[in-house]
Design a protein around this ligand. Structure first.
Ligand code: TXA
Ligand code: MG
Length: 325
């Protein structure tokens, strides 16, 4: 295959999808690696290109809640309420699958993951395609998710024909994933739609306990990881002092921490301590620092609540297994 084209041409992206190609697709959360629901070959290629285990199911993207009946066999009341409250938006629902949804998408599970993305370019693309589109995040399995078309290009140049450029992702981290047990909402993956927001709509909410077998990819212990070792702490000044003889990149939030002068590169995720702004900047900043040949990336921990909880969860997985020699 020749080099991958980065384009804003929605018709070209739609034609490529319809002819059974895998393409890069923008959403408001992160970029996805997309294929139409009924191309077994393209769906298989998503797993191959990402080097993703086949037992890790894919999210379907639909243009409108009206399309939900095509992919879900039944919709609990709590799910309808959440869809009305948060779609289009960064919320994925796990629903009993419609018999027509291919097993490769659900990895043989009885449930299907589905969401309506909140990005005008994505919605226009989904409408042009006219059928549901499967898309996991467009990163090799385990690495940092892409929030710009250039990140997808860096990962998959030459492996896909086209990336539809929808600009920088406004949300910046993956959707919140919610399943249902007897009409009770169960949070499987934290995102910018917080537990408190879900509970405000559903009354009773549980957080999935995890367990040995991950049911969502964000539940793998190591994920979202840069190549550079990453550590995080409430007290970054202490870490900066400890590693003052190394080439350190710092990601911080709010006021400048003491000791910042010793860093080779620094990125402020939000000067006003706005967690949504920090989420929008997290992966983009990690991509930038990971390209700087640093010894270490130090990240300031977030308040462990709401969006901060989702961000800390990403940092924990990016740090898992890190050894600093
Ligand atoms: O924001 C997002 O959710 C982005 C954009 C592209 O929409 N997508 C995304 O996809 O993060 P991915 O594949 O990286 O993470 C979604 C995960 C699946 O990999 C899978 O583990 C989980 O959602 N999932 C999908 N179907 C599932 C199912 N039936 N039951 C449990 N988990 C499921
Ligand atoms: Mg992913």
């Amino acid at each position: 295959m020749r080099g991958t084209i980065v384009t804003k041409d929605i018709a070209a992206a739609s034609a490529a999808l319809q002819s059974g190609e895998v393409i890069g697709m923008p959403t408001e959360t992160v970029y996805g690696l997309a294929a139409v629901i009924d191309s077994h070959e393209a769906l298989t290629r998503i797993f191959d290109i990402k080097k993703r285990p086949r037992n890790n199911p894919l999210i379907l993207h639909i243009s409108d809640v009206m399309q939900l009946d095509e992919v879900a066999a039944s919709i609990p009341e709590a799910a309808s309420a959440l869809a009305s409250a948060f779609w289009p938006g960064p919320l994925t629902l796990l629903l009993k699958k419609h018999p027509s949804v291919p097993g490769i998408i659900t990895a043989g599970l009885e449930t299907v993951a589905v969401r309506v993305p909140n990005h005008p370019v994505t919605i226009e693309l989904l409408k042009a395609v006219g059928k549901p589109v499967a898309a996991p995040s467009a990163n090799p399995f385990g690495s940092i998710s892409p929030t710009e078309a250039s990140h997808v290009h860096k990962y998959f140049n030459g492996q896909i024909p086209l990336i539809l450029d929808g600009g920088s992702c406004a949300v910046g981290i993956e959707s919140t994933i919610v399943g249902f047990e007897n009409n009770i909402a169960v949070i499987h993956r934290h995102g910018t739609i917080s537990e408190a927001q879900i509970t405000a709509v559903c009354e009773t909410t549980k957080v999935h306990s995890g367990g040995a077998k991950p049911v969502a990819p964000g539940m793998y212990p190591r994920h979202y990881a840069p190549k550079t070792p990453l550590i995080f702490s409430n007290d970054v000044s202490e870490l900066l002092q400890k590693f003052s003889d190394r080439k350190v990149g710092l990601l911080y939030y709010g006021e400048k921490p003491a000791g910042i002068e010793s860093c080779t590169v620094t990125c402020s995720l939000s000067k006003t301590s706005d967690l949504n702004e920090a989420a929008a900047n997290l992966y983009t900043s990690l991509h930038r620092l990971d390209a700087c040949w640093l010894d270490l990336i130090i990240v300031q921990k977030f308040p462990d609540d709401g969006v901060g909880r989702a961000l800390n969860d990403k940092l924990k997985r990016a740090n898992y297994g890190t050894i600093i020699t």
